[in-house]
Design a protein around this ligand. Sequence first.
Ligand code: NAD
Length: 246
Amino acid sequence: MKLKNKVCLITGAAQGIGLATALRFAQEGAIVICGDIKPEAVDAAAAQCRALGAESLGLVLNVTDRAQVDAVVAELLARYGRIDVLVNNAGITRDARLQKMSLEQFDAVIDVNLRGVFHCAQAVADTMVAQGAGVILNASSVVGLYGNFGQTNYAAAKFGVIGFTKTWSRELGPKGVRVNAVAPGFIETPILATIPEKVITEMQAHVPLKRLGKPEEIASVYAFLASEDASYINGAVIEVSGGMTV
Ligand code: NAD
Protein backbone atom coordinates (compact mmCIF):
# COMPACT_ATOMS: atom_id res chain seq x y z
CA MET A 1 0.00 0.00 0.00
CA LYS A 2 2.55 2.58 -1.20
CA LEU A 3 -0.11 5.24 -1.89
CA LYS A 4 -2.53 4.77 1.02
CA ASN A 5 -5.19 7.54 0.96
CA LYS A 6 -3.21 9.67 -1.51
CA VAL A 7 -5.49 11.71 -3.76
CA CYS A 8 -4.24 10.95 -7.28
CA LEU A 9 -5.49 12.45 -10.55
CA ILE A 10 -4.63 10.48 -13.68
CA THR A 11 -5.39 11.99 -17.09
CA GLY A 12 -6.21 9.76 -20.06
CA ALA A 13 -7.22 7.03 -17.62
CA ALA A 14 -9.88 5.35 -19.78
CA GLN A 15 -7.54 2.88 -21.48
CA GLY A 16 -3.95 1.83 -22.08
CA ILE A 17 -1.22 3.04 -19.73
CA GLY A 18 -3.57 5.46 -17.94
CA LEU A 19 -6.04 2.70 -17.07
CA ALA A 20 -3.24 0.36 -15.94
CA THR A 21 -1.89 3.18 -13.76
CA ALA A 22 -5.31 3.85 -12.24
CA LEU A 23 -5.67 0.15 -11.38
CA ARG A 24 -2.16 -0.07 -9.94
CA PHE A 25 -2.72 3.06 -7.84
CA ALA A 26 -6.00 1.53 -6.62
CA GLN A 27 -4.08 -1.58 -5.53
CA GLU A 28 -1.65 0.68 -3.69
CA GLY A 29 -4.48 2.19 -1.62
CA ALA A 30 -4.84 5.51 -3.46
CA ILE A 31 -7.99 7.55 -3.92
CA VAL A 32 -8.01 7.39 -7.72
CA ILE A 33 -9.53 10.10 -9.89
CA CYS A 34 -9.72 8.94 -13.48
CA GLY A 35 -9.98 11.77 -16.02
CA ASP A 36 -10.59 11.26 -19.74
CA ILE A 37 -12.53 12.60 -22.71
CA LYS A 38 -14.41 9.28 -22.99
CA PRO A 39 -17.29 9.49 -20.47
CA GLU A 40 -18.41 5.85 -20.43
CA ALA A 41 -14.91 4.42 -20.49
CA VAL A 42 -13.75 6.70 -17.68
CA ASP A 43 -16.73 5.65 -15.55
CA ALA A 44 -15.83 2.02 -16.26
CA ALA A 45 -12.21 2.70 -15.25
CA ALA A 46 -13.33 4.16 -11.91
CA ALA A 47 -15.67 1.18 -11.39
CA GLN A 48 -12.71 -1.18 -11.93
CA CYS A 49 -10.72 0.76 -9.33
CA ARG A 50 -13.62 0.51 -6.86
CA ALA A 51 -13.82 -3.24 -7.53
CA LEU A 52 -10.24 -3.39 -6.21
CA GLY A 53 -11.41 -1.75 -2.98
CA ALA A 54 -10.28 1.80 -3.76
CA GLU A 55 -12.24 5.01 -3.53
CA SER A 56 -12.47 6.21 -7.13
CA LEU A 57 -14.19 8.81 -9.31
CA GLY A 58 -14.46 8.96 -13.10
CA LEU A 59 -14.59 12.52 -14.42
CA VAL A 60 -14.85 13.85 -17.95
CA LEU A 61 -11.66 15.81 -18.44
CA ASN A 62 -10.34 17.23 -21.68
CA VAL A 63 -6.84 18.45 -20.86
CA THR A 64 -6.95 20.98 -23.71
CA ASP A 65 -9.89 22.75 -22.06
CA ARG A 66 -8.41 24.92 -19.31
CA ALA A 67 -11.80 25.82 -17.81
CA GLN A 68 -12.64 22.12 -17.48
CA VAL A 69 -9.24 21.33 -15.96
CA ASP A 70 -9.74 24.10 -13.38
CA ALA A 71 -13.28 22.87 -12.64
CA VAL A 72 -12.06 19.29 -12.05
CA VAL A 73 -9.29 20.48 -9.73
CA ALA A 74 -11.81 22.67 -7.84
CA GLU A 75 -14.15 19.68 -7.50
CA LEU A 76 -11.35 17.51 -6.10
CA LEU A 77 -10.34 20.18 -3.61
CA ALA A 78 -13.94 20.62 -2.49
CA ARG A 79 -14.30 16.85 -2.04
CA TYR A 80 -10.91 15.82 -0.62
CA GLY A 81 -9.20 19.09 0.40
CA ARG A 82 -5.91 18.08 -1.23
CA ILE A 83 -4.26 16.68 -4.36
CA ASP A 84 -1.21 14.55 -3.75
CA VAL A 85 -0.32 13.17 -7.19
CA LEU A 86 -0.96 14.26 -10.78
CA VAL A 87 -0.11 11.83 -13.58
CA ASN A 88 -0.09 13.76 -16.87
CA ASN A 89 -0.69 10.69 -19.02
CA ALA A 90 -3.20 11.80 -21.70
CA GLY A 91 -1.64 11.75 -25.15
CA ILE A 92 -2.41 11.31 -28.84
CA THR A 93 -0.56 10.78 -32.11
CA ARG A 94 -1.26 12.32 -35.53
CA ASP A 95 1.67 11.02 -37.55
CA ALA A 96 2.99 12.32 -40.87
CA ARG A 97 6.47 13.12 -42.12
CA LEU A 98 7.52 16.77 -42.13
CA GLN A 99 6.50 17.61 -45.72
CA LYS A 100 3.07 16.00 -45.30
CA MET A 101 2.10 17.11 -41.80
CA SER A 102 -0.92 19.43 -41.74
CA LEU A 103 -1.19 22.30 -39.30
CA GLU A 104 -4.23 20.52 -37.84
CA GLN A 105 -2.12 17.42 -37.12
CA PHE A 106 0.64 19.55 -35.62
CA ASP A 107 -1.68 21.63 -33.46
CA ALA A 108 -3.76 18.66 -32.22
CA VAL A 109 -0.73 16.87 -30.79
CA ILE A 110 0.85 20.00 -29.30
CA ASP A 111 -2.50 20.89 -27.73
CA VAL A 112 -3.02 17.58 -25.92
CA ASN A 113 0.53 16.35 -25.31
CA LEU A 114 2.19 19.67 -24.42
CA ARG A 115 -0.37 22.37 -23.61
CA GLY A 116 -2.56 19.82 -21.78
CA VAL A 117 0.34 18.89 -19.50
CA PHE A 118 0.94 22.59 -18.79
CA HIS A 119 -2.77 23.15 -18.01
CA CYS A 120 -2.98 20.30 -15.51
CA ALA A 121 0.33 21.03 -13.79
CA GLN A 122 -0.46 24.73 -13.46
CA ALA A 123 -3.92 23.92 -12.10
CA VAL A 124 -2.53 21.80 -9.22
CA ALA A 125 0.74 23.63 -8.52
CA ASP A 126 -0.57 26.21 -6.02
CA THR A 127 -2.33 23.49 -4.03
CA MET A 128 0.76 21.26 -3.91
CA VAL A 129 3.00 24.19 -2.91
CA ALA A 130 0.54 25.18 -0.15
CA GLN A 131 0.56 21.55 1.06
CA GLY A 132 4.35 21.57 0.99
CA ALA A 133 4.10 18.20 -0.75
CA GLY A 134 3.02 16.69 -4.04
CA VAL A 135 4.17 14.70 -7.03
CA ILE A 136 3.75 15.52 -10.72
CA LEU A 137 4.56 12.77 -13.21
CA ASN A 138 4.70 13.48 -16.93
CA ALA A 139 4.40 11.06 -19.86
CA SER A 140 7.31 11.58 -22.22
CA SER A 141 8.54 8.85 -24.58
CA VAL A 142 11.75 7.47 -26.06
CA VAL A 143 10.61 9.64 -28.99
CA GLY A 144 11.17 12.61 -26.64
CA LEU A 145 14.79 11.48 -26.24
CA TYR A 146 15.73 10.48 -29.78
CA GLY A 147 12.98 11.67 -32.20
CA ASN A 148 11.15 9.37 -34.61
CA PHE A 149 10.32 9.23 -38.30
CA GLY A 150 6.85 10.71 -38.97
CA GLN A 151 6.48 12.24 -35.51
CA THR A 152 7.55 15.90 -35.75
CA ASN A 153 4.60 16.99 -33.60
CA TYR A 154 4.81 14.13 -31.09
CA ALA A 155 8.60 14.40 -30.72
CA ALA A 156 8.38 18.17 -30.14
CA ALA A 157 5.74 17.64 -27.45
CA LYS A 158 7.60 14.77 -25.73
CA PHE A 159 10.93 16.69 -25.77
CA GLY A 160 8.93 19.64 -24.40
CA VAL A 161 7.54 17.55 -21.57
CA ILE A 162 11.11 16.80 -20.50
CA GLY A 163 11.78 20.56 -20.51
CA PHE A 164 8.71 21.05 -18.31
CA THR A 165 9.89 18.31 -15.96
CA LYS A 166 13.35 19.78 -15.46
CA THR A 167 12.02 23.33 -15.10
CA TRP A 168 9.24 22.46 -12.65
CA SER A 169 11.57 20.25 -10.61
CA ARG A 170 13.74 23.35 -10.08
CA GLU A 171 10.78 25.66 -9.38
CA LEU A 172 8.72 23.34 -7.18
CA GLY A 173 11.40 21.13 -5.60
CA PRO A 174 12.24 23.73 -2.93
CA LYS A 175 8.53 23.73 -1.98
CA GLY A 176 8.41 19.96 -1.43
CA VAL A 177 6.94 19.00 -4.80
CA ARG A 178 8.75 16.38 -6.89
CA VAL A 179 8.40 16.37 -10.69
CA ASN A 180 9.58 13.49 -12.88
CA ALA A 181 8.97 12.08 -16.35
CA VAL A 182 8.68 8.55 -17.68
CA ALA A 183 9.89 7.79 -21.20
CA PRO A 184 8.28 4.53 -22.30
CA GLY A 185 9.48 2.59 -25.32
CA PHE A 186 6.82 0.81 -27.35
CA ILE A 187 4.02 -0.41 -25.11
CA GLU A 188 1.10 -2.59 -26.19
CA THR A 189 -1.84 -0.15 -26.09
CA PRO A 190 -4.41 1.15 -28.61
CA ILE A 191 -2.05 4.07 -29.45
CA LEU A 192 0.03 1.62 -31.51
CA ALA A 193 -3.00 0.72 -33.68
CA THR A 194 -2.01 3.11 -36.47
CA ILE A 195 1.53 1.68 -36.77
CA PRO A 196 1.90 -1.04 -39.45
CA GLU A 197 2.52 -4.57 -38.12
CA LYS A 198 5.81 -4.74 -40.07
CA VAL A 199 7.14 -1.63 -38.30
CA ILE A 200 6.15 -3.03 -34.89
CA THR A 201 7.94 -6.30 -35.65
CA GLU A 202 11.06 -4.34 -36.66
CA MET A 203 10.88 -2.23 -33.49
CA GLN A 204 10.58 -5.34 -31.36
CA ALA A 205 13.72 -6.74 -32.96
CA HIS A 206 15.63 -3.67 -31.71
CA VAL A 207 14.57 -4.27 -28.11
CA PRO A 208 17.08 -6.45 -26.23
CA LEU A 209 14.15 -8.02 -24.33
CA LYS A 210 12.64 -8.92 -27.76
CA ARG A 211 9.10 -7.84 -26.95
CA LEU A 212 6.89 -4.79 -26.54
CA GLY A 213 6.20 -3.50 -23.05
CA LYS A 214 2.94 -3.96 -21.18
CA PRO A 215 0.95 -1.02 -19.76
CA GLU A 216 1.39 -2.52 -16.28
CA GLU A 217 5.18 -2.20 -16.70
CA ILE A 218 4.78 1.59 -17.00
CA ALA A 219 2.11 1.75 -14.27
CA SER A 220 4.50 0.15 -11.77
CA VAL A 221 7.10 2.86 -12.46
CA TYR A 222 4.51 5.60 -11.96
CA ALA A 223 3.48 3.95 -8.67
CA PHE A 224 7.11 3.87 -7.53
CA LEU A 225 7.75 7.50 -8.53
CA ALA A 226 4.52 8.64 -6.84
CA SER A 227 5.50 6.93 -3.59
CA GLU A 228 7.87 7.78 -0.75
CA ASP A 229 10.20 5.09 -2.13
CA ALA A 230 11.19 7.73 -4.71
CA SER A 231 11.52 10.56 -2.17
CA TYR A 232 14.91 11.72 -3.53
CA ILE A 233 14.05 11.38 -7.23
CA ASN A 234 13.30 14.81 -8.74
CA GLY A 235 13.76 16.15 -12.27
CA ALA A 236 14.51 12.68 -13.59
CA VAL A 237 13.49 11.07 -16.86
CA ILE A 238 13.13 7.32 -16.38
CA GLU A 239 13.37 5.35 -19.61
CA VAL A 240 11.26 2.18 -19.55
CA SER A 241 11.89 0.59 -22.93
CA GLY A 242 13.33 -2.89 -22.46
CA GLY A 243 16.67 -1.33 -23.42
CA MET A 244 15.65 -0.36 -26.96
CA THR A 245 17.94 2.68 -27.05
CA VAL A 246 21.04 0.92 -25.73
P1 NAD B 1 -3.94 5.35 -25.47
O1 NAD B 1 -4.31 5.95 -26.79
O2 NAD B 1 -4.21 3.91 -25.25
O3 NAD B 1 -4.66 6.17 -24.29
C1 NAD B 1 -4.63 7.57 -24.25
C2 NAD B 1 -5.83 8.05 -23.46
O4 NAD B 1 -5.78 9.48 -23.47
C3 NAD B 1 -7.18 7.63 -24.08
O5 NAD B 1 -8.02 7.08 -23.11
C4 NAD B 1 -7.73 8.94 -24.63
O6 NAD B 1 -9.15 9.01 -24.62
C5 NAD B 1 -7.11 9.95 -23.68
N1 NAD B 1 -7.08 11.30 -24.23
C6 NAD B 1 -6.84 11.67 -25.51
N2 NAD B 1 -6.98 13.00 -25.64
C7 NAD B 1 -7.32 13.47 -24.41
C8 NAD B 1 -7.60 14.77 -23.91
N3 NAD B 1 -7.60 15.84 -24.70
N4 NAD B 1 -7.90 14.89 -22.59
C9 NAD B 1 -7.93 13.81 -21.78
N5 NAD B 1 -7.69 12.55 -22.21
C10 NAD B 1 -7.38 12.40 -23.51
O7 NAD B 1 -2.40 5.71 -25.25
P2 NAD B 1 -1.28 5.02 -24.31
O8 NAD B 1 -0.44 4.18 -25.18
O9 NAD B 1 -1.89 4.46 -23.10
O10 NAD B 1 -0.42 6.31 -23.97
C11 NAD B 1 -0.51 7.00 -22.73
C12 NAD B 1 0.62 8.03 -22.68
O11 NAD B 1 1.88 7.37 -22.78
C13 NAD B 1 0.58 9.05 -23.82
O12 NAD B 1 0.99 10.31 -23.36
C14 NAD B 1 1.58 8.49 -24.80
O13 NAD B 1 2.13 9.49 -25.63
C15 NAD B 1 2.61 7.91 -23.86
N6 NAD B 1 3.44 6.88 -24.47
C16 NAD B 1 2.89 5.74 -24.96
C17 NAD B 1 3.72 4.79 -25.57
C18 NAD B 1 3.20 3.50 -26.16
O14 NAD B 1 3.96 2.82 -26.85
N7 NAD B 1 1.97 3.10 -25.91
C19 NAD B 1 5.09 5.03 -25.66
C20 NAD B 1 5.60 6.21 -25.14
C21 NAD B 1 4.78 7.13 -24.54
